[in-house]
Design a protein around this ligand. Structure first.
Ligand code: NAD
Length: 495
């Protein structure tokens, strides 16, 4: 059923989000009674008052999660039973698709058409994929002498703390929690304090689907309080994190200060999108470059935020990308026609504006967009030409709709610029020559390389970074490695 703008607004007016954290099988206020508000960035209006969970809530939630794990009520179930529960949960997400999409749009300022299709649509696909996968993963037998049997058994780790960002709140949460739960762990999710609403609804649906108490919890609150307490807890066995590199480094420190818990990090990026003069389909490449940086208002870890263009086609290609940018006009997120919404907050928009001022100050040429109206969360699609890779706008992850276009002359120079970054999340090469692409791909120090495409992904393909973009991999069967330990079991066969 498709809704009109007015119908979405009517629903938004009537919406009643969950306003309690969820742990030990129940919806709860913070133990201290403290709270914070979640704001709709498109209107500046508070949508909900939420519990600011603190150390005591973390303590109780971890105790319940550990008790559930140790009891075997979930961890000890056959994979097919866990799969059935997770699929029942996914069915409820499907039932509440529009409600979740609306919560996500109100909480983030994203266009409703995107939250319907991408945020909820792909979350649902991922939920079902992980649920379905878990009873198709086999353990191994090692090729030891016949006098013994050595079994390599994958075992869940215990309590997994999932700490996620605000750019795809539901999607990022699902990618972290589903493999952990499917593998038999208990999970405590700490959503971003800017976007907790879809996570709280997910907890409600988990309860409705019959997941045992303590197996899945959601603690709302700010990073340095709730997230830090979770990350330092001695009974949390693993942290599954997506967020900034700065916070990822803190988590490694917390793991070192506490119990050497496993840490899986998906962090920031400053991905190079390299367009050679022999690009086969320049129009497709220009459209992909614009989608790459302007979708989700640039708040995407693998946005191709550095566009490297060979000198001989530089001006022409820049013009095509700028034409694409011009077609993206900021609009009402609840209008189904809108393709470009607001940033996550006015504070984040001000940060992005600071980078735009820095680009101007360092001598880059502004060819599209600009700062937008101060005091709002709207920043239009912005393009800087004549960027040097030493400029701040080429080095820092802006995490907003700002494209830095850099000129290069040779293959070696392109690879050097692409790799000259602390980040190593993703990169792309556009060329009609497959041998050239395959020659250059091994030289790119990134976890993902795209050839003649950008930002494609699939739940079946691992995703993650090199260098300061993180440790470990999300998605695919390989990510079960992040939330399980291989246990070696020896049996003597000579008796
Ligand atoms: P962030 O690092 O500020 O916050 C992420 C999460 O960490 C939030 O839940 C936050 O509350 C929590 N947190 C903050 N301080 C903490 C602390 N001291 N201890 C424990 N938890 C703490 O990131 P953000 O601003 O929410 O999201 C943007 C970042 O996420 C960007 O850097 C982006 O590249 C990254 N990201 C990466 C990927 C990926 O797959 N590599 C995907 C999406 C986003």
């Amino acid at each position: 059923m498709t809704l009109t703008r007015d119908e979405w607004h009517a629903r938004a007016k009537a919406i009643a989000p969950e306003t309690h954290a969820f742990y030990a099988g129940q919806a709860r206020k913070a133990a201290t009674g403290e709270s914070f508000v979640s704001i709709n960035p498109a209107t500046g209006v508070a949508i909900a008052e939420l519990p600011a969970c603190g150390a005591e809530d973390v303590e109780r939630a971890v105790a319940a999660a550990k008790e559930a794990f140790d009891s075997g009520v979930w961890s000890g179930q056959p994979p097919a039973i866990r799969k059935a529960s997770l699929l029942a949960w996914a069915d409820l997400v499907e039932r509440d698709w529009q409600h979740l999409a609306l919560l996500e749009s109100l909480d983030t300022g994203k266009p409703i058409r995107d939250t319907l299709a991408i945020d909820v649509g792909s979350s649902l696909k991922s939920m079902r994929w992980f649920a379905e996968a878990i009873d198709k993963v086999y353990d191994e037998i090692a090729p030891v002498p016949a006098s013994a049997l050595a079994m390599l058994r994958r075992r869940p780790l215990g309590v997994v703390g999932a700490i996620v960002p605000w750019n795809f709140p539901l999607n990022m949460a699902i990618i972290k929690i589903m493999p952990a739960l499917a593998a038999g762990n208990s999970v405590i999710l700490k959503p971003s304090e800017l976007t907790s609403l879809s996570a709280l609804h997910l907890a409600k649906l988990a309860h409705e689907a019959g997941l045992p108490g303590g197996v899945f919890s959601v603690l709302t609150g700010v990073g340095p309080e709730t997230g830090r307490a979770l990350a330092l807890h001695m009974d949390v066995a693993c942290l599954a994190f997506t967020g900034s590199t700065a916070v990822g480094k803190l988590l490694l420190g917390y793991a070192a200060q506490s119990n050497l818990k496993r840490v899986n990090l998906e962090c920031g990026g400053k991905s190079a999108n390299i367009v050679f003069a022999d690009v086969g389909d320049p129009a497709k490449a220009a459209m992909a470059a614009a989608n790459g940086i302007f979708q989700n208002m640039g708040q995407i870890c693998n946005a191709g935020s550095r566009l490297l263009v060979e000198a001989s086609i530089y001006d022409e290609f820049l013009e095509s990308v700028a034409a694409q940018a011009a077609g993206r006009v900021p609009g009402d997120p609840l209008d189904p026609q809108t393709r470009y919404g607001t940033l996550i907050s006015t504070a984040h928009a001000e940060r992005v504006r600071g980078f735009i001022r820095s680009g101007r100050g360092e001598g880059a040429r502004l060819v599209a967009g600009g700062e937008g109206e101060a005091g709002t969360a709207v920043v239009p699609p912005t393009i800087f030409a004549d960027v040097q890779n030493t400029m701040e706008i080429a080095r820092e992850e802006i995490f907003g709709p700002v494209l830095s276009v850099i000129r290069f002359e040779t293959d070696d120079e392109a690879i050097h610029i692409a790799n000259d970054s602390p980040y190593g999340l993703a990169s792309a090469i556009w060329t009609a020559s497959l041998p050239r692409a395959l020659r250059l791909e091994p030289r790119l120090q990134t976890g993902v390389v795209w050839v003649n495409t950008l930002r494609v992904g699939d739940i079946t393909v691992p995703f993650g970074g090199m260098k300061q973009s993180g440790l470990g991999r999300d998605k695919s069967i390989h990510c079960f490695d992040e939330v399980t330990a291989v246990k070696s079991v020896w049996v003597d066969l000579e008796q």
